[in-house]
Design a protein around this ligand. Sequence first.
Ligand SMILES: Nc1ncnc2c1ncn2[C@@H]1O[C@H](COP(=O)(O)OP(=O)(O)OP(=O)(O)O)[C@@H](O)[C@H]1O
Ligand SMILES: [Mg+2]
Length: 141
Amino acid sequence: MAKIVSFINFKGGVGKTTTAVEIAVSLAAHHGKRVLLVDLDPQTNATFYLVREADWASWVQERGSLKDLFDAVLGGDRPCEIRNAIMQTVAAGGLAIPGLHLPPSHLELISVDLRLAWPLTSGRSPMSMTTSCAIALPTST
Ligand SMILES: Nc1ncnc2c1ncn2[C@@H]1O[C@H](COP(=O)(O)OP(=O)(O)OP(=O)(O)O)[C@@H](O)[C@H]1O
Ligand SMILES: [Mg+2]
């Protein structure tokens, strides 16, 4: 069974991405592990930590990204075979690392967050709920 390791902190800019990428590289390069680094962040920082932008752009056009997977799962008309979208050989510091695999992220994953939240909010858009909450808050004294 694969082990899943998540790096989670509500606060931004505390090193989640850096730690995730460095541990993924270390497990693959120094411990012979097969690692799937899943970059679900629309900021795509983990992806661009390891892949040049031009290489990412051509890969995404030809093979797809995690955005295509979510599009397919959320009812899109194009099927997605995620295996095709996984970069099988990723380099770090100019050295290819066998065992480190990356389904690349995409800026448009930002819309997936909202689409996933939609059924949980009983058809009310998450944005309208935010507005309602803001209105319900007591005024400060
Ligand atoms: N151990 C460290 N020592 C010094 N700087 C670090 C360390 N880890 C990360 N940084 C730097 O801190 C900044 C934020 O790191 P990172 O992008 O990993 O944070 P994050 O938690 O993923 O941010 P976000 O919430 O935006 O996704 C980067 O400039 C990174 O280079
Ligand atoms: Mg990050």
